[in-house]
Design a protein around this ligand. Structure first.
Ligand SMILES: Cc1cc2nc3c(=O)[nH]c(=O)nc-3n(C[C@H](O)[C@H](O)[C@H](O)COP(=O)(O)OP(=O)(O)OC[C@H]3O[C@@H](n4cnc5c(N)ncnc54)[C@H](O)[C@@H]3O)c2cc1C
Length: 396
């Protein structure tokens, strides 16, 4: 088999890249180790920046997003028992974010891919990326007991944090930066109307952080900070709802509608960046290259902006016969990635209870939050990072 771009991973990065390349007439094959159903079953992100929604429309999959996504004009910060709105739309000259589940976005991309008859190999075992430092890269994998090989011009490593692409790079050729946080997030999904249908709520409390988010007007996604060694079984639905209410301001707490949860999981929080993001003819994109704590809702959006740069670079290569985009890919991505890493780290640090933030630390967080909501400069800084910095931010 031969293709122009072999894409490893059928998560949001891989599927979006495949769709954009297809629109530009560039052949691609997606190779995924799981089944499609398994990929769709993973409950993850849900807040899309304007850059991401624009890209989905460009890829021809914006229809359901436009019909079912919920636009948010503001965010709400709760601290010291009171709630404050940040007018994100007003402070950024009209930018918004859209609540639309990662699973829905993935489903739209999968359906577009199968409608266009584009090749996707699910359940590919033992995937290997070979000779990517030569002009003839190859991908080898096993399926149904047979070994297969795909020859290609380029390999796109869209295979997430635990994927094979980054792991295949020799240690001396890559530098990894990591920060692990001393707590996790317990997240639940429930078919109840969101307590705040037009804004995400971020709550700082002495009991720890809480977040009220949504997937639709009838499906809510809520989180509470929890110890890393807690088990999901420790958290009955009732315990979760009680704890969530205790971390919100009293008025909002009284409006939380509860119901049986349909998903409950605990995720660790981590900041991680691998540099560079290009190795010869192999390029990393999305979680394969970087992880952010979910506080800033940046993970999926960074994956989308990597894909924007990478698809543009491949299109330039084939259409205009120039390697300029390919050569600057890693540098452009990393400039943006580190801004999002900084923002996610800042918001995480500001909102969570750390082992050493009792007393003095709590008061400092509340003072900073008071400054954020009362200083237009601070509110604007939060708002412009939240909606996503422009793609060419800082470029000359
Ligand atoms: C529990 C959880 C909650 C999250 N919540 C949020 C949130 O609220 N907001 C936010 O912005 N972000 C969130 N994120 C991050 C967001 O979901 C990711 O940034 C996003 O999924 C990145 O997409 P991706 O395609 O780069 O990687 P992935 O979605 O990880 O996709 C990678 C794909 O590659 C496949 N793969 C892996 N290894 C191989 C291999 N060897 N061969 C072939 N295929 C392989 C995987 O099966 C997977 O389908 C969350 C992540 C997790 C894990």
């Amino acid at each position: 088999m031969r293709t122009q771009v072999a894409i490893i991973g059928a998560g949001p990065s891989g599927l979006l890249l495949g769709q954009l390349l297809h629109k530009a007439g560039i052949d691609n094959i997606v190779i995924e180790r799981q089944t499609g159903e398994y990929v769709l079953g993973r409950i993850r992100a849900g807040i899309l920046e304007q850059i991401t929604t624009d890209l989905l429309r460009e890829a021809g999959v914006g229809q359901r997003l436009d019909a079912e996504g919920t636009v948010h004009h503001s965010i709400e910060l709760v601290f010291a028992g009171t709630r404050h709105a940040i007018d994100v739309h007003g402070l950024t000259g009209g930018s918004v974010v859209t609540a639309y589940g990662q699973t829905e976005m993935t489903r739209d991309l999968m359906e577009a891919r199968s409608a266009a008859n584009l090749p996707t190999i699910y359940e590919a075992a033992n995937v290997e990326v070979l000779d990517y430092d030569s002009n003839n890269p190859r991908v080898r994998y096993q399926k149904d007991g047979q070994t297969h090989e795909i020859a290609c011009d380029f390999i796109a490593g869209c295979d997430g944090f635990h994927g094979v692409c980054r792991a295949s790079v020799p240690k001396g050729a890559i530098t990894e930066f990591e920060k692990v946080y001393p707590f996790g997030w317990l997240g639940v999904l429930a078919d109840v109307p969101p307590v705040s249908p037009h804004a995400i709520v971020y709550a700082n409390s002495e009991r720890g952080f809480a977040l009220c988010s949504m997937r639709s007007l009838t499906r809510s996604r809520y989180y509470v900070q929890c110890p890393l060694d807690d088990k999901v079984e420790d958290w009955s639905d009732q315990r979760f709802w009680d704890e969530l209410r205790l971390r919100l301001d009293p008025e909002m707490a009284s409006r939380v509608i509860t119901g049986p949860t349909i998903e409950k999981s605990i995720a660790p929080l981590r900041s991680f960046v691998a540099e560079p993001m290009r190795f010869g003819r192999m390029f990393l994109a999305g979680d394969a290259a970087h992880i952010v704590p979910p506080t800033g809702a940046k993970g999926l959006n960074l994956a989308a902006s990597d894909v924007k740069y990478l698809s543009g670079a491949f299109i330039e290569y084939y259409r205009d016969k120039t390697s300029a985009g390919i050569d600057s890919y890693s540098e452009r991505c990393l400039r943006r990635v580190w801004k999002a890493e900084r923002f996610s780290w800042w918001l995480t640090t500001l909102m969570h209870r750390f082992p050493d933030t009792a007393g003095f630390g709590q008061k400092i967080q509340e003072a900073e939050l008071d400054y954020v909501v009362n200083s237009e400069a601070m509110s604007r800084s939060l708002a412009e990072n939240y909606v996503g910095l422009p793609l060419n931010f800082g470029e000359r």
